[in-house]
Design a protein around this ligand. Structure first.
Ligand SMILES: Nc1ncnc2c1ncn2[C@@H]1O[C@H](COP(=O)(O)OP(=O)(O)OP(=O)(O)O)[C@@H](O)[C@H]1O
Length: 293
């Protein structure tokens, strides 16, 4: 894999019983890019995200995440099945067993990948700032004993977490809403809060599942600006699933198009706009004017 790629997906397969949701998906995502995964309903986009983030254990294939500090096989950290070699090498057996027992999506997040969901999944009964503090529990330097004794290190960790929460609230323009319940925010604000919450886990790659769904045009414009800020000022690579073609074409450096669980096209927006396979298969229309490309 090229050093420039933060993510390499190779021959990814996901079956649900007889349904072949993903059939041999291969694509790479370059570090520092904004890339989009598009395709018609049911093409397999969310299933790809679910395999990347550990919500599903892929049926086959490889997913390699290369961040500044780690080179991670996502499928391995999720606990892939025992392989013949494991029964020959005790070390390989122990390693596999460790991942099977303690692996999971938390390890994918620790490796530098975070996501948001198609349906907003905030803690709606908690305040805005509490949502961001919860997101930091894996990284914050805290222990039960330190909490009971209220040690200096504990207080410093609390202060740091609060500072980070307010930093990201500033980026997504929600500082003045910090103490409101998350469930009381407008839809657009909740979407921004979800992004801030993901950013509190220090990802190098963030996967956004339909971030513009339900937003009005001015909110979509704000979101587009924010995604650019993430890429340009925070060195974050962004991979998004989106049906708003205007936004996708405007913001993406690279686009992967899926249809019926297969990649039918990859390339820059100009390339994708003019690809007859995409126009016909993805949007089911011959005329690109009809489909907004
Ligand atoms: N947990 C599951 N069990 C069974 N089938 C599933 C499951 N998750 C997804 N599928 C199937 O996999 C296929 C791809 O679904 P997926 O949600 O990934 O599509 P999508 O491209 O994200 O669609 P949309 O744009 O509507 O969100 C569909 O046929 C879907 O019914």
């Amino acid at each position: 894999m090229s050093k420039e790629n933060i993510l390499a997906v190779e021959n990814l397969v996901m079956h649900f019983g007889g349904i072949k949701a993903l059939n041999d998906i291969t694509f790479n995502i370059k570090k520092g890019s904004v890339s989009a995964l598009i395709g018609p309903n049911g093409a397999g986009k969310t299933t790809v995200f679910n395999c990347l983030t550990g919500f599903y254990k892929a049926t086959g294939g490889h997913i390699r995440l290369t961040t500044d500090h780690k080179d991670t096989s996502v499928i391995q950290v999720l606990g892939e099945p025992f392989q013949p070699l494991d029964f020959v090498s005790p070390m390989a057996f122990i390693k596999r067993l460790k991942y099977k027992m303690f692996g999971g999506s938390h390890l994918v997040n620790r490796s530098g990948l975070a996501r948001t969901f198609q349906n907003i999944r905030l803690f709606k009964e908690m305040s805005v700032v509490e949502n961001l503090l919860v997101a930091q529990h894996m990284t914050a330097n805290r222990s039960l004993i330190a909490g009971i004794l209220n040690t200096k290190a504990f207080r410093e960790a609390e202060e740091e977490a609060l500072q980070k929460a307010f930093y990201w609230l500033g980026v997504v323009d929600l500082v003045s809403h910090a103490n409101r319940l998350a469930g009381e925010l407008s839809y657009g604000q909740q979407r921004r809060l979800e992004i801030a919450r993901s950013m509190c886990t220090n990802p190098e790659l963030i996967c956004l599942d339909e971030p513009a769904a339900g937003l009005n045009p001015s909110e979509t414009e704000e979101l587009t600006k924010m995604i650019r800020i993430l890429r340009d000022q925070h060195n974050v690579t962004v991979l998004l699933i989106e049906h708003d073609m205007g936004m996708v074409m405007d913001i993406s450096d690279y686009i992967v198009v899926l249809d019926h669980g297969q990649v039918i096209a990859k390339g820059d927006p100009e390339n994708i706009k003019n690809n007859p396979k995409v126009i016909a298969a993805y949007l089911g229309a011959e005329d690109e004017d009809e489909v907004g490309l």
